[in-house]
Design a protein around this ligand. Structure first.
Ligand SMILES: N[C@@H](CCC(=O)N[C@@H](CS)C(=O)NCC(=O)O)C(=O)O
Length: 206
């Protein structure tokens, strides 16, 4: 990792959101980072600044500053960290593809959860609970099973996409993972990792 401390700017929330995977990955790697948690009241002004200075051209968070550069969007930020750390990205082209493909599915899960979470429409929440979430969890469970049998996507070493999955599970709080044995084993294994234990016991979201 570089000598500078990554600075992650995201919203001040009582859940992980799209920055959760970044905090989890850095915590697992034992890399110190700084959080800038933006209150909603500061957001309109900050958003204008971020667009004006090209730090976030479409005006979204999270962003990460590292070595004098600003990076935007959760997935590319995670991939930048993978390259800096030299881990969590797979051992070859095939594994890298597998991780990216899983990350895409997990990003869909996050988007579906987020849409239901922020909606005032009960039918959207019900559809998410009864249709979208079971379908996504089943797909993720099959994904976890198909290569090395877990507990993580690629066996016994987590990838950046595994941190994305843990972040969404923390936010979504699915009622039970009993019907999803690989997801259950994944969640249990992740929560035993020392860096994750530290994160979960100290995070502001708790
Ligand atoms: N694909 C982007 C999506 C970023 C995004 O939509 N961020 C939301 C918060 S999770 C945001 O900044 N929304 C702008 C707003 O609320 O005004 C990513 O993964 O970073």
């Amino acid at each position: 990792m570089s000598s500078s401390t990554p600075v992650i700017t995201y919203f001040q929330l009582d859940f992980e959101g799209r920055a959760g995977a970044i905090y989890l990955l850095l915590s697992d790697a034992g890399v110190a980072y700084r959080r800038v948690d933006v209150p909603r009241s500061d957001w309109p002004t900050l958003q204008k600044q971020l667009i004006a200075n090209d730090a976030s051209p479409n005006g979204t968070l999270p962003i990460m500053e590292l070595d004098g550069r600003t990076y935007v969007h959760q997935l590319p930020i995670l991939r930048v960290l993978v390259r800096h750390l030299g881990k969590y990205g797979g051992n070859d082209e095939d594994e890298a593809y597998e991780i990216d493909s899983f990350a895409d599915l997990v990003a869909d899960y996050h988007s579906a959860w987020s849409r239901a979470h922020w909606s005032d429409d009960d039918s959207i929440k019900t559809y998410y609970r009864d249709e979208s979430r079971p379908r996504l969890l089943a797909g993720i469970d099959r994904f976890l099973a198909r290569r090395k049998g877990g507990p993580y996507l690629l066996g016994d070493t987590p990838s950046y996409a595994d941190f994305m999955l843990l972040a969404v599970l923390l936010d979504d709080k699915p009622p039970a993972l009993e019907g999803y044995p690989h997801l259950k084993a994944f969640s249990e294994a992740m929560r035993q990792r020392p860096g994750i234990v530290r994160y979960l016991t100290t995070r502001p979201a708790e």
